[in-house]
Structure formats: C-alpha cells, structure tokens
Ligand binder design. Structure first.
Ligand SMILES: Nc1ncnc2c1ncn2[C@@H]1O[C@H](COP(=O)(O)OP(=O)(O)OP(=O)(O)O)[C@@H](O)[C@H]1O
Length: 257
C-alpha cells in the first residue's frame, strides 16, 4: 500500500498539488486522470520518491518514504516516466537488463537473465531481443521499457509489496497493444503484492479497466472512487469543459463526446 497524506507541492509560488490524501492498495488498478497541467505526473513522482513534497507524508506500508535508501526503494518500486529516451546504442535485452541494476552486485547472474527473458516474453519482445534499441518504433520502445520496469520488480520481495508507477504508459501504443497492456496489468494484479498506479488520458480506458479512479484538477483531488462515482457528467463538465453522453449498462460504461 502507498498512502499519501496531506501532500502539498510547490514550484516557486505556484502550487502544483494541494493537500492531497490518497491510499493505493495492492491488487487494484488505480488510474489518475485530469486535464493537462492538473498535477498527475507530479503526484506520481511524489508517490515514487522522484521528488519530495513540501508538506505531507508518503508511506510505503508503515515506512516513511524518505527513510528508505535509494537502492532499497529501487528494488521494490519501478517507474515508467513520460519522457524516457536513450540516445546511445544498446541492444533491446541490454535495456531490459538495466531494470536489474538495483539487484546486481558486479555482473548479472543467471537469475537476472531469466527474469529479463521472462519480462521480454510478456511483452512480445523475444524476436527483437538482439535489435538495436534506437532502431525500434515508438511503440516497440515503449514495450521494451515495460519489460525493463517489470524485470526490476520481477521477484516478490519478502515482507514488502512491489510498486509499479506508470506515467502515460499507453502513449505510442496502437489500440491492440493498449488493450493488451491494460489486460496484462489486471492479470499481474492477481499477484496480491502488487500496487499499480497509472496516469491515463483516455477516460474510456479508465472506465473499462480501473478499480479506483482519481480525478485531479488544478492540483486538487476532485474525487476518487469507482467510474460511476468519478466519471459523472458534472465532473467531466467541471474539469474538461465538455458535455459527455454517458452510456451505461450492467457491465459497460462509455463516454461519448
Ligand atoms: N518545476 C516546475 N516549475 C514550475 N512549474 C512546474 C514545475 N513542474 C511542474 N510544473 C507545473 O505544474 C503543473 C502540473 O504539472 P504536471 O506535469 O504534474 O501535470 P500533468 O497533469 O501531468 O499534465 P499533462 O497531462 O500535461 O502531462 C503544470 O502546470 C506544470 O507546468
């Protein structure tokens, strides 16, 4: 579980996040939505320990995040950033192996190779394993980074959850891989020690896959909960200045604009 309590974050005089309280339990898919500039990436970076808040606390289970060493954190928490680019020649498997660095003392061992191989299988990357990363398409590169971050937290950690933070993971993916990726997250969540928080822009993706949706606007948490509670006409109008038509049946929930 990750718990954010009374989180406030500023840049100069600008308030990026104001008094955010949120709890991210394992086994559920938590998706953060909100318009451009709402504070979604900032929230994710604070939850992942990449930036520190000006006020408030971040707990990983019962541990305060700032008491964890960088290496201890990197062994349990993997983050996919919005702008991850590598501009030096590496093979695909070498990029995936970078995920294992927090676990490696000296050279990688057989176990690291196996985990990377399994992570690449998960994202259909076996055939690309020897390819130069820089020669890949945007969607292929994105899948390499999925494999890298999964390799980072492949092994369950005794006494701890594992945490996966995904900032706009669906960018670059075609609709097939978008759905495949979201389905895969749901499957991974059957391992009850995984906490997954993602940022997405597509409200229908959030409606279809999220167990818990957090709606941010101007650095404030407007509301959180189920799709029926969060993706209402009133919230969409207030935050996105659009009038949706909502189609709802017992198992489906769509927004049309
Ligand atoms: N270091 C900084 N200095 C000044 N302003 C910043 C800084 N970092 C972020 N901001 C501002 O804070 C606001 C929230 O940024 P953030 O990246 O968290 O938004 P977001 O919801 O992820 O947006 P998007 O959907 O466009 O990616 C934006 O207005 C951004 O310009």
């Amino acid at each position: 579980m990750i718990q954010l309590s009374n989180i406030t974050c500023k840049a100069g005089n600008k308030i990026l996040l104001q008094n955010i309280n949120a709890r991210f339990e394992p086994g559920k898919l938590h998706l953060v939505i909100g318009p451009n500039g709402a504070g979604k990436s900032t929230l994710l970076k604070i939850a992942g320990g990449q930036i520190s808040p000006h006020a408030g606390t971040v707990l990983y289970e019962t541990k305060r995040l700032e008491t964890m060493s960088y290496q201890a954190l990197a062994r349990v928490r993997a983050a996919l950033s919005q702008h991850m680019e590598l501009s030096f020649p590496l093979k695909v498997w070498e990029v995936v192996m970078m995920g294992r660095y927090p676990h490696i003392h000296g050279n990688h061992v057989r176990k690291d190779i196996r985990y990377c191989h399994e992570a690449m299988q998960l994202f259909d990357l076996e055939e690309l394993s020897e390819r130069d990363y820089m020669s890949l398409s945007g969607g292929e590169k994105q899948r390499v980074h999925f494999a890298r971050i999964m390799a980072q937290i492949w092994e369950p950690v005794p006494g701890s959850c594992r945490y996966l933070l995904l900032d706009e993971p669906l960018t670059f993916l075609d609709v097939h891989y978008q759905f495949q990726f979201m389905q895969l997250l749901k499957t991974l969540l059957q391992q009850q020690d995984l906490v997954i928080i993602g940022v997405v822009h597509d409200l229908n993706i959030a409606a279809k896959f999220a167990d818990n949706i957090l709606l941010l606007h101007h650095g404030k948490l407007v509301c959180s909960g189920t799709r029926e509670a969060v993706l209402t006409s009133a919230h969409i109008r207030e935050v996105y200045r659009l009038e949706p038509v909502i189609y709802e049946t017992s198992d489906r929930y769509f927004l049309f604009f």
